[in-house]
Design a protein around this ligand. Sequence first.
Ligand SMILES: [Zn+2]
Length: 188
Amino acid sequence: MPTTSLPNGPIAAKQATDPHHAVWTLLEGVTDPEIPVVSLREMGVLRAVREGADGVLEVVITPTYSGCPAMEQMGDDVRAALAQAGLTARVVTQLAPAWSTEWMTPEGREKLRAYGIAPPPVGTGSACGHSVVQFATRNLAKSVRQTVACPQCGSENTTEISHFGSTACKALYKCLDCFEPFDYFKPY
Ligand SMILES: [Zn+2]
């Protein structure tokens, strides 16, 4: 059986030429249990659709972080969406490489913002690899980009209230211009 290597980055919407195009389209309706406006593909959680060695359809997902309580829910949602179309699939959880906010698509980040959650800036996550240069660049980017823009009014005059917001992946921020509190999805 050929080894499937998964792309290490955001996964674009699949073209009609993809043999599993219909499956990708069905799965476009499966959203993140914690952020119902963003699909699993846009989150970068949905990694691949393939045929397993035994011919069974496999859907590969990588959880946003290990121990994420939403993980089982995601697997159930994927199976349910496919079952509605008469398809049986095995959900394969792949933990390596670890999920990163780098895998979020631009549409996903925009939907987060529209939903009221400040998205992580591109280039601040850990999926860029672990070379020294990339680490240095990332840390530099982090120190330069301390400001988190308010998703409501766009102001960068914001402050962190709590490093852990509604979930461990988010920090709670407050805008000092419009005074609205908001979640910031931390780079990971
Ligand atoms: Zn604001």
